[in-house]
Design a protein around this ligand. Structure first.
Ligand SMILES: [Zn+2]
Length: 102
């Protein structure tokens, strides 16, 4: 299954090159630096808050994954920059990836 199919079923797997072991983002079948085959790893990854913002009663943040790529996530509480969090929910909605933190 592809990254997107996995994400659609609620599983956030990290796309990693099987040759140079770089994280490949956005997810792709082949590595953008060595053209090696990219596999999906069920990593115990680090997710760190980079930026946090609040809009009325909604919270949004930018989260850096494994000191590599960044995603935008929704949160249901106030978060601090630098805080390590875990992704509680993820998926694909109307063709867009979504991530949630609580
Ligand atoms: Zn590679």
């Amino acid at each position: 299954m592809s990254f997107e199919e996995r994400l659609g079923s609620g599983e956030f797997l990290i796309p990693k090159c099987s040759q140079c072991e770089r994280i490949v983002w956005p997810p792709s079948e082949y590595c953008s630096s060595c053209f090696g085959k990219v596999g999906l790893e069920r990593l115990d990854f680090e997710a760190r808050i980079v930026e946090f913002s609040r809009e009325n009663d909604k919270y949004f943040c930018i989260v850096e994954i494994e000191r590599s790529f960044k995603i935008i996530a929704k949160a249901d509480r106030i978060l601090l920059a630098g805080e390590i969090v875990s992704i509680s929910k993820c998926g694909v909605r109307n063709g867009n990836y979504f991530f949630e933190i609580n």
